[in-house]
Design a protein around this ligand. Structure first.
Ligand SMILES: *Cc1c(COP(=O)(O)O)cnc(C)c1O
Length: 388
């Protein structure tokens, strides 16, 4: 094995990043964060009521173009409730990509449902709609308007596209698969605030979309998430379920369902309001960082810098290098040389079907996901790195 590609990669990263140590993705607070947080402390409204929660929800709806946004404690909780309100219930199957963060599968299991892993495509890093259509035509049948897996006898209830590293999946293709096979679509847009598919913000195409505002995401509320939907009734149900299913009343504590304490606290929402004001400038910097990386990696052979799919505008949450197949044995060497030099790089997730809790769950053949998971390297992507 030769070290040459690893050395060249380190050198290229240094040309963009200089000699300082770099994290994979750091938050930055350059706006009204202190002002809004101080306002929360001064007013005493730090917890589950307060004006910033309402404002953040309105601002999110305005930004994404969704009719409604419900702010919650994290992106995983957002997915849990979105799936629950998409009728995902015990023993249903939910199609999810094999290459995603573990939260996507965890949320399915919180509904006592079964994750069913599907393959992805190299051009979007999201679910391959054509391969999925053929697979479903093979293994399912329609029974009274429901999609039944002939092998397991279970209903396949929903499909969860995930917009990997902020890059939109093939939404048109996936929507048509959902229509053909009677599946509900919930978009895991945790990584994709500020990303657009044919001019429309992702997370607004399905019955629900979900966002995450964890500390490593494009904008952060410390921890946090949101449920997006265009459906008024579903939005009200989402709000109700995430706020302990309490019936609104001046003093009475009456709950009409088993609810969840998933509401985003006011101080987190305050941070979110300030971060959302900065989102466009962060997106601008992230695009600029992409073009700085392009300048050095365009001349490379054996590695390419992943570019937003056609007809899409990506937020470029995490910048991504993809090794060509014949170079995949260099992945570990590149990870070693960069991390040893204080430039934080990371491989993609281990495929979920290979994780201990999910070994026994169904999956289609996952050749592309398997191949990509041995060739992806995320490189430092913080928005401040692209400042000009
Ligand atoms: C970040 C993330 C989530 C949600 O994460 P939380 O930490 O719960 O906010 C879900 N799915 C994907 C793909 C993610 O990257």
């Amino acid at each position: 094995m030769n070290n040459e590609l690893a050395l060249q990669t380190l050198d290229a990263l240094r040309r963009v990043l200089g000699t300082n140590p770099q994290q994979l993705h750091e938050p930055s607070f350059e706006g009204n964060e202190w002002v809004y947080l101080k306002d929360c402390l001064d007013s005493g409204y730090v917890s589950s009521v307060g004006k910033y929660v309402d404002k953040f929800e309105k601002d999110l709806a305005t930004y994404t173009g969704a009719n409604y946004a419900v702010a919650v404690v994290n992106g995983t909780a957002a997915l849990h409730i979105a799936l629950k309100l998409s009728d995902v219930s015990q023993d249903d199957e939910v199609l999810i990509p094999a290459l995603t963060f573990v939260a996507t599968a965890n949320a399915v299991t919180y509904c006592v449902a079964v994750p069913h892993f599907v393959d992805i495509e190299e051009k979007t890093l999201g679910i391959d709609a054509n391969k999925l259509r053929q697979y479903l035509a093979d293994i399912t049948e329609q029974k009274s308007g429901q999609c039944v897996n002939k092998k397991t006898g279970r209903i396949i209830r929903a499909l969860v596209p995930m917009h990997t590293f902020g890059h939109p999946s093939d939404l048109e293709g996936l929507i048509s698969v959902c229509q053909e096979f009677n599946l509900n679509m919930v978009e895991d847009a945790a990584e994709a605030i500020g990303s657009y598919y044919k001019g429309q913000h992702v997370g607004t195409f399905g019955l629900f979309g979900t966002l995450s505002f964890n500390g490593n995401k494009t904008i952060t509320t410390g921890g946090g998430g949101a449920i997006l939907t265009n459906n008024e009734i579903l939005a009200k149900k989402a709000k109700h379920l995430t706020t302990t299913a309490k019936i609104s009343h001046k003093w009475e504590f009456r709950h009409d369902d088993i609810g969840f304490n998933y509401r985003m606290p006011n101080i987190n929402a305050a941070l979110g309001c300030a971060q959302l004001e900065l989102l466009d400038s962060k997106l601008f910097s992230k695009r600029n960082l992409f073009s700085l990386y392009s300048d050095v990696f365009d001349q490379f052979s054996g590695i390419k810098l992943f570019q937003e799919p056609e007809n899409c505008k990506s937020n470029y949450w995490l910048q991504t290098l993809i090794l060509e197949e014949h170079e995949s044995e260099n992945l570990q060497k590149i990870l070693e040389s960069t991390n040893n030099s204080q430039i934080m790089t990371r491989p993609s997730w281990v495929l979920l079907n290979e994780l201990k809790p999910f070994l026994d769950y169904p999956s289609m053949d996952l050749v592309v996901a398997k191949s990509l998971s041995s060739r992806i390297i995320n490189i430092p992507s913080s928005s401040n790195l692209g400042n000009i």
